[in-house]
Design a protein around this ligand. Structure first.
Ligand SMILES: Nc1ncnc2c1ncn2[C@@H]1O[C@H](COP(=O)(O)OP(=O)(O)OP(=O)(O)O)[C@@H](O)[C@H]1O
Ligand SMILES: [Mg+2]
Length: 267
């Protein structure tokens, strides 16, 4: 990966992210509760936590797709909820489920953003799109439509689309779910390499412990809409908090399975 991602007018300046007293309610349900953390410019920050703990909702606030009930998110000095921020900060969100346009080929899904923003001529677009596809071993899929792809391929297309946008802030929602272990490792390497080459700030929501341990500068663990702990990978090697230990290294106990514990709990 060399020139294709460093020629952008956007690359060079990078932004930190500050989340301050962020609370989000849907109706009466509080999904995020007084979340506070800071991501430094150029950092890879992983957010881990159980299913339903609020990770995707948090990421959507950073991307400016969700309005906080209280508190705020700032990207550099800009308010993430302010629509004009998207003109000042080049931000890409790799959605958990891909969010591809079904009526467009893979190639056109990737080219769309560059065409809309008139960033390059068609030859320049072609170079960038094909380069991103080749990084993700998708060269042969350029003319396919999303319905013709496996779940893991759609995921890789979504990541490739993030790459061609040449972002200053890259938000990933479960980039390695649905991928085989080798492709998962490849994605981890891509996230780390991109940061190295373009100084892009990366926030990665993931269940993938290997990904977090290998590439995160820092990790935050969110449970029930609250930050339970933050630290480096080393800090989470032997967590004292039993909930975190159980989340990171769940023991499969066939003699006392969790679903039985739940049944007993309800009796
Ligand atoms: N638009 C919405 N309206 C109402 N509730 C919502 C909405 N979006 C999310 N929620 C709720 O917020 C909670 C957190 O959802 P979120 O998608 O952030 O979980 P998550 O941590 O990303 O889980 P997973 O690991 O399964 O992706 C869930 O209980 C979900 O039902
Ligand atoms: Mg999610």
């Amino acid at each position: 990966m060399t020139t294709a991602f460093t020629a952008s007018p956007f690359v060079g300046k990078t932004f930190g992210v500050t989340v301050a007293h962020l609370t989000k309610k849907f109706g009466r349900t509080t999904v995020l509760s007084d979340i506070n953390f800071e991501v430094k410019p150029g950092e890879i920050y992983c957010i881990m936590g159980p299913s339903g703990s609020g990770k995707s909702v948090l990421l959507r606030h950073i991307a400016g797709l969700e309005i906080a009930t209280s508190g705020e998110v700032r990207i550099g000095e800009f308010d993430a909820a302010d629509q004009s921020t998207r003109d000042k900060v080049h931000l890409a969100l790799v959605f958990q489920a891909g969010a591809l346009f079904n009526s467009l080929s893979v190639y056109d899904n990737l080219a769309l953003y560059l065409r809309e923003h008139r960033l390059y001529d068609e030859a320049g677009i072609r170079d960038r799109v094909m380069h991103a596809l080749s990084i993700l071993s998708l060269d042969k899929a350029a003319r396919k439509f999303p319905a013709e792809l496996s779940g893991g391929m759609k995921k890789r297309v979504a990541i490739a689309r993030g790459l061609v946008m040449e972002p200053q802030l890259l938000l990933y929602d479960e980039p390695t779910s649905e991928l085989d272990p080798v492709m998962g490792a490849t994605i981890s390497e891509i996230i780390a390499t991109l940061r190295e080459q373009t100084a892009v700030t990366s926030i990665v929501v993931t269940h993938d412990r290997d990904l977090a341990v290998n590439i995160a500068d820092r990790i935050a663990i969110i449970m029930d809409g609250r930050i339970r702990a933050t630290g480096t990978a080393a800090d989470f090697k032997r967590p004292a908090d039993p909930d975190i230990a159980n989340f990171l290294s769940p023991v499969i106990d066939l003699k006392n399975p969790r679903f039985k514990q739940l049944e007993n709990h309800h009796e």
